[in-house]
Design a protein around this ligand. Sequence first.
Ligand SMILES: [Zn+2]
Length: 493
Amino acid sequence: MSSLTQDAGLYWRPLGGNNIDQISGHSYQYTCVLHKNEKIKISTIIVDIGKFDNHQAFGIKNSIAAVPDVRDIIQNKDLNLKAVFVTHSHPDHLNGIIHYVRAGYKLPPIYGGKYTKMILEDLYKYYQIGKINQPTFIEIEEGQIIKCSDIEVEVISASHTCFDSFGFIISACDTKVYHTGDMKIDPTTYFRKPTNLKRLKELGLKIDYIVGDFYSIDCDGFAWREADVLKTLVKIMKKSRKSKIFLPVYPTHVEMYIVAFLSALKMKKDVIFYGNADFYSYLKQIKDYGIDFCKISKGIIKVIEGVPEDIDAFSKNFVVIGAYNDIGEWFNDSKEDSFAIITAQTFFNPLKGQMNARNIKFVTLADYPVLQGAGHGHLGDWEQILKILPSAVYIPTHCPYFIAEGFRELAKKLGFEMIEPLPKNNFMYRFKGKEYTEVSAKPATWLIVNSDAIFTEVWQKATSGIGYLKRTISKKRAQRKFKMMLCQRVKNR
Ligand SMILES: [Zn+2]
């Protein structure tokens, strides 16, 4: 069921990540068709196989996940699938792999960073998949160039909210694509390499296409930097003048553990890591990865996991970093000496009640939106990329179709050349240098996975994900935002 034609070129197809609501479950096909000595030579790679979380919306019994349908790429020998490249370890980019392996599909070697490997190994353990059934994993680092038949892939680092996030420069058939992965520019970093603008500048006009993370394209200015979050935390702590700070972080938000720790260190406050099972398992991974909190503290502050037996003997000046629905009675806190900084939207609602019950003052995201951090570039980030890569055709991904469409007018004013028509899942394009054509536009299917690893094929439909999007960003609101940005830019000219 391949939509390839015999014409030479680099074929690109999003399998997930490009629709009204299925903006997760990322997966992208790159196939190079070459004409050599009157023969046709084909090679293929996949970038990411994620999962889509809102599987319940499809109404399939016992479902546990939905994954993009890449079966034809894996099984069609003519496509010569050489590798799966994984940009980073988040479930919407990685976890589809596990379901294909569980269902008995043979995958080619998987290329990803050290942290991605750690998370994948955890998934194998969870689903009890033995070594013999695991596809080969090849650890990659920034700057590496991997040749997969006629496709060349260069690894380039990306600023995002987890370790080892990568973008890829994909070269084949006289065409160069910058596949950004989840990415913001943020040059400030405490635990990873930032987006490599220097390398992008070197590539400059050579980049023909950008398959870009447009998740936050409707937000103006630059995405918040790690340094902004740290600065704000320190400022709030200073202003509170309290000795005991409660600083809950979102369990999967690794970046925040480290930034929160650094803010405590800056304030010379001891650190108590205290949370639920989820929190401790992510904390363990951070440490296994090589982050040594005691070493970073250089003996200036004390660091402990879990509540010390005698809290007063341990410290009277500390920060409790963790995810907790109940802060208990362990910390001898009182409204005179305690303060809370609540850094995520919904997860910590119970905490507000507890703080209120204790008369402990707190601030939330409503007071300091920056505390949310950011993993995806805003419009400002993309305007900077445009300066560096001015001649590329921009291909939006990771964003609802109506947002990409709403962006079109502003994009034109700003000088972005957007691909035409905008891609939806399962649309296929052929690139040849700067020229491109849409070769097919079939509706997409998804595979719903049940607990026995059986797949059920369904047509993609608008799911209750739309409800989710409506809560976060509606078409109308997005259009209003883009109009406003356009007005501002016209005014400033
Ligand atoms: Zn991500």
